[in-house]
Design a binder for this molecule. Structure first.
Ligand code: DGL
Length: 279
């Protein structure tokens, strides 16, 4: 059924299953501070990484539709799992029905585009959620652009729960971070570049750096996605005009406002306005 959506310019929507997308949002806001943003975290249903394709698609579509209803003309899926499992279907099947003038962009393509100039050995690794790894989105996207690059992958199913539960700095996190890095590197000793293909993982960076051998470049996505969005808006003036400019940012969560505010402070250096919504 065709819905009536607001056509006026609006904020840029940034969606993640939980807090991880805040690592992307903060880099986007550093690069493009002039725009307005709405961040939506589906914290009540996170993590998505172990959920089926159908459920991740269903939840992501609900979130995108809600952000459209809040006036967003452009939505960034700041979540690899949603980008891997839902983005294409939403772009191809749902946008024409919801509103063909709106856009939904993901985080995998902008990350992959930069890889060719980072790896020298042409052997890379990807650490991500089980869902992202199972989708094979990274090897597929890498091989479209760089057929010569060999991609090895390792799912890290416990890293997102560690971050979502404020355990990223705990000693317990060391065990899983070390184990998953070692498992990845054991698959190909020529790996010289490792993509952190999950927006939660930068919160584990101190531990990742501790266990990543010297000489291996760890790639985080925030700056890459921010740069790609800047380029996108420069190339699409019709969309740029539909993004309001006031430098404001509001937050929506499906969990309790208090919990979101407390946990989000680990990611952000400002007091925030957050409101609970249901999807
Ligand atoms: N930040 C999401 C991602 O990039 C985490 C997914 C999850 O909720 O498991 O994949």
């Amino acid at each position: 059924m065709k819905q009536t959506l607001p056509s006026a310019p609006g904020p840029i929507g940034v969606f993640d299953s939980g807090y991880g997308g805040l690592t992307i949002l903060s880099k986007i806001r550093e690069t493009l501070p002039q725009y307005d943003y709405i961040y939506l975290g589906d914290n009540a249903r996170a993590p998505y990484g172990t959920r089926s394709f159908e459920i991740v698609y269903e939840f992501t579509l609900q979130a995108v539709t809600r952000l459209f209803g809040m006036g967003c003309q452009l939505v960034i899926l700041a979540c690899n799992t949603a980008s891997a499992k839902a983005l294409r279907t939403i772009q191809i099947n749902d946008l024409p029905r919801l509103d063909p003038t709106r856009r939904v962009l993901g985080v995998i393509r902008p990350t992959v585009e930069c890889i060719g100039s980072i790896t020298h050995s042409r052997h890379i690794g990807v650490l991500a959620t089980a869902g992202t790894i199972k989708s094979e989105s990274y090897p597929l996207e890498v091989h479209k652009l760089f057929p010569d690059i060999k991609v090895s992958s390792e799912a890290c199913p416990l890293w997102v729960p560690l971050v979502e539960n404020n355990e990223a700095q705990s000693e317990g996190a060391d065990y899983f971070v070390r184990q998953d890095i070692q498992r990845l590197l054991a698959k190909d000793e020529q790996i010289d570049t490792v993509i952190l293909g999950c927006t939660h993982f930068p919160l584990l960076l101190p531990k990742i750096k501790q266990y990543m051998p010297e000489g291996i470049t760890t790639v985080t996505q925030g700056e890459l996605v921010a740069k790609s969005l800047k380029d996108y808006l420069a190339r699409h003036p019709e969309m740029e005009k539909k993004c309001t400019k006031g430098g404001r940012c509001v937050y929506r969560t499906t969990e309790s406002e208090k919990k979101f505010t407390e946990s989000a402070s680990a990611f952000l250096n400002e007091s925030i306005r957050v409101e609970r919504i249901e999807l």
